[in-house]
Design a protein around this ligand. Sequence first.
Ligand code: PLP
Length: 397
Amino acid sequence: MTISSARRIAARMETIGTEGAFAVSARARALEAQGRPMIHLQIGEPDFDTPAHVREAAKRALDEGATHYAPFSGIPELRKAIADDVTARKGFSADPSQVFVTVGGKGVMLYAILGLVDPGDEVIVPDPGYPIYESLTRFVGAKPIPIPIRMEHEFRLDVEELASLITPRTRLLIINSPANPTGGVLTRADLERIAELAQEHDLWVMADEIYGRILYDGAEHVSIASLPGMAERTILLDGFSKTFAMTGWRLGYAVVPEALKEVYSELVINTISCAPTFAQVGAVQALVGPQDDVEAMVVEFKARRDLIVNGLNEIEGIRCATPLGAFYAFPDISGTGVTGAEFAERLLTEADVCVLAGTAFGGVGTDHIRISYANSRENLTEALGRMGRFVAGLGRG
Ligand code: PLP
């Protein structure tokens, strides 16, 4: 981007990153429009429909006039439903006044970084990790400090390595469990040590728990905010996109400590005024209504996880760990002789399977690709077949 003349673009736009999935999706769709039989394994969204009772509630809300501004922090019924759900599931007592309903979980991270991080500060972000953490950190003139997340360590961060990255400039620590893109889940012991470090160094923590209910094999979801002394320094990020297959509704929420209510109030008022009113009415039913759809979705995701992990491990040159959460696999493909970036590019153009390069999530993922298994078993089976033939072709090339 060149900056010249009076009609220039703000210099800070030089620092912003992106989310690779959106650009790659556009390319895959363009190929599909030319008649190619593309299988999409790049998208981080459940392929299920939003539960019917949630849709019905939002439709009724539209007809009943919920088409005006809502209170900036969210409608009272939803803030209460969120506080009750958080209190019941996450092991700490949340008051509705601590809840801010935002446009997507993405809103929560924007406000955490805008509100807490100054130019020159450091923010510790998982690598590989959701790319927006790093992008927004750079955008505010701060420095992202990557904490490596390795397959050899079950895709959990190494807490002693984390300790070594904290400096007097560290302002915010971002954790994400279960994680995108690895499906890794932090253990209670990990979180206890992270909590100790946060208190010792007086850090804010943003805990991205958007995949908190998508867990397998009895893995436990522990919210760091539930650990002693942590609720007052933790911004909890969660939302409706993943758990309730509501990505297009654009609803997320923050649960913030008393000291940050003002920050979130001002930032919400300055950016969105409020999240869509009728969507919020629907979202109340997602929390207080039947949970069968969520449970059925997780059962189906587990079957798909097993299908994709087993299938990948049968391909020579690919090693895939079994993720304990979310709906992603992050296999090491270095045995195929190419990098993750080349693998993803060629798989797209030569085999009509769209995945993301591990580097879309940070430098540590060079040897990996990310596969979202939020797709039918039939498509996953077909994609595995195509991948197997593609990798066999690489060996011959
Ligand atoms: N956090 C993580 C780790 C994610 O993977 C995503 C979406 O992919 C989000 C937050 C944002 O979700 P949304 O803005 O749709 O609520």
